[in-house]
Design a protein around this ligand. Structure first.
Ligand code: SAM
Length: 234
């Protein structure tokens, strides 16, 4: 059972306006060729457009319900044959293939809560990659303004879909609650600073190729989002 099972039907309407990252990940997939592995594939928000661009995707997710929505979406888009969906944990993905690109979009790594878990995930990613292969992901760390504006308040993110962020700045943990007509859940997300992500990548055997501040590939300049391209070193 995953915390996402309860909001699998809510996820797409909830993330309806999150579109800024799609062309970035599709571009990366096209440049690297397939198959690629997407960890935390969810409902296929990115995997389906990637498949539509002709790149096969092996999608891993720990939520059976999110995968079911993804399967349906892929069928409707006519790309079911290009999506190989697998139930599993991103720290031990059920993937024996070796690929040139692994992605983990939309902050899915924030579901990991300790450096031990993060290093486990990064080691798993490294194990999936061919020599010179790339790991592309994005994470975020909140600004003070964001915390002040949103802390403890139910906000209507989309019509009929409410979201509440409870920030623990000292522990760097966000409890995010979401509720709507078709489901509700609460998740704990943990964030890190930029340097710490860089150090973890290095410890796991990656070199950082780029750290952008947004999906338009502008360099990171202190904003909340960071978009990473890392390569297996050596
Ligand atoms: C924010 S959603 C991102 C979904 C999709 N990649 C997107 O961009 O819309 C995070 C996804 O990661 C999955 N997830 C969270 N922790 C996971 C874990 N330990 N192993 C595998 N999947 C996980 C959730 O089930 C969810 O589908």
């Amino acid at each position: 059972m995953s915390i996402y099972d309860a909001i699998a039907d809510l996820y797409d309407p909830w993330s309806r306006t999150v579109v800024e990252d799609v062309s970035f990940y599709v571009e990366e997939a096209r440049a690297n060729g397939g198959p690629i592995v997407e960890l935390g594939v969810g409902t296929g928000r990115i995997a389906v457009p990637t498949a539509l661009a002709g790149v096969p995707v092996i999608g891993v997710d720990s939520s059976e319900r999110m995968l079911a929505v993804c399967r349906q979406r892929a069928g409707e888009a006519g790309v079911a044959a290009l999506l190989d969906l697998r139930l599993g944990d991103l720290r031990a993905p059920p993937v024996t293939e070796r690929v040139h690109l692994v992605t983990c979009p939309f902050r899915a790594l924030l579901h990991l809560h300790s450096d031990g878990e993060r290093l486990e995930a990064l080691a798993a990613v490294r194990g999936l990659l061919e020599p010179g292969g790339r790991f592309v992901f994005d994470v975020f760390a909140p600004s003070r303004e964001d915390v002040e504006e949103t802390n403890g308040r139910w906000l209507e993110r989309e019509r009929g879909i409410w979201e509440r962020a409870d920030w623990d700045v000292e522990r760097r943990v966000l409890v995010l609650s979401v509720r709507g007509a078709s489901g509700e859940t609460r998740m704990r997300l943990a964030w890190l600073g930029l340097e710490e992500w860089g150090t973890l990548l290095e410890r796991a055997g990656f070199e950082v190729v780029a750290c952008y501040g947004w999906f338009d590939r502008t360099p990171h300049a202190g904003g909340e989002d960071s978009v990473w391209i890392a390569r297996v070193s050596g």
